[in-house]
Design a protein around this ligand. Structure first.
Ligand SMILES: *Cc1c(COP(=O)(O)O)cnc(C)c1O
Length: 291
């Protein structure tokens, strides 16, 4: 199985034109860039494999998508993370809630990377944090091929791509397979962090994506009132709900640099809406009285 192409939509925000690749609509359960990254595991046969093992944070989009993949494949899914706040245990929400409902077996660990990788054997697939691995190439190449068709069909002049990065895997492989410039920004670390990630995924790249920055520094997972406000404005004006963890920071950095980027922008919506349930609750607790 491969996916039916996701729609490319034409939108305006503050009187400027943006095309949005709606990868959030790729599939009801298996959506966004995690579906693309894990497509390799979905479409290939692994007759010996009985379980899939992952690790990362307790609300990660990758964790939820792996739970969907495991369910579809009939595999056991073991996930390592370093803590579960008692608040979350008592109030199941977001990716954590839905991954548990899909049968995820959660294991707490002070060294989740080592512990996850120690389970590696011929019955097990171990997935790196955030799906940062070479197998992601297959699904992201398919996304790039879809974009090339979309751009031709819509007759878009001088297109360029923007998407916010975590590990940078999505941006890296899009740049590999697209004849257009791919711009991204880091939401996790600095420029050097992103380049180090890229070296770990694929050392033989001819061209890296271009990294955009903002005047203000943003820390991963922290709440910012201006980010929440922009997320609301994007939703009100375009009728598109973006993810609350990566997208608002992505849009802030994108809009800050947009004037000097020449051409027609295509923003990649990378899904993650299941995770909004917990992010929204955090924002509402902190800011809804003010905003
Ligand atoms: C995982 C994720 C990202 C980051 O993707 P990378 O390939 O790790 O850069 C961005 N946006 C959303 C919604 C995600 O779920």
């Amino acid at each position: 199985m491969t996916f039916t192409p996701s729609p490319l939509e034409k939108h305006h925000f503050k009187d400027e034109l943006f095309y949005i690749k709606r990868d959030d609509l790729l599939d009801i359960d298996f959506s966004g860039n995690k579906a693309r990254k894990f497509e390799y595991f979905l479409v290939n046969d692994f007759p010996k494999i009985k379980q899939i093992v992952g690790f990362g944070s307790n609300q990660s989009n990758a964790m939820y998508s792996l739970s969907v993949l495991a369910k579809m494949k009939g595999w056991k899914f073991i996930y390592f993370c370093d803590h579960i706040p008692s608040f979350l245990r008592d109030n199941l929400v977001g990716n954590y809630k839905y991954a548990l409902a899909n049968g995820m077996e959660l294991r707490l660990s002070n060294d989740k990377n080592t512990d996850a990788n120690s389970l590696n054997d011929n019955k097990t697939i171990v997935v790196q944090e955030g799906g940062r691995q070479i197998e992601a190439k297959l699904g992201l190449k398919n996304l790039a091929l879809e974009l090339i068709v979309d751009i031709k069909k819509e007759n878009i002049k001088n297109p360029y791509i923007f998407l916010p990065s975590g590990t940078g895997t999505t941006a890296l492989f899009l740049q590999k397979y697209l004849p257009f410039k791919v711009f991204t920004c880091s939401t996790v670390g600095d420029d050097l962090y992103l380049k180090t990630q890229w070296d770990m995924v694929d050392k033989n790249m001819l061209e890296y994506p271009n990294i955009l920055n903002s005047k203000k520094k943003y820390h991963y997972g922290k709440l910012y009132p201006e980010a929440y406000q922009l997320w609301k404005d994007l939703k009100d004006e375009m009728g598109v709900e973006f993810d609350l963890l990566y997208d608002p920071i992505g849009w802030i950095k994108f809009l800050e640099n947009k004037e000097r980027l020449k051409g027609t922008p295509i923003y990649i919506h990378q899904g993650g809406l299941k995770g909004n349930e917990s992010m929204k609750a955090r924002y509402e607790r902190k800011y809804d009285k003010i905003l």
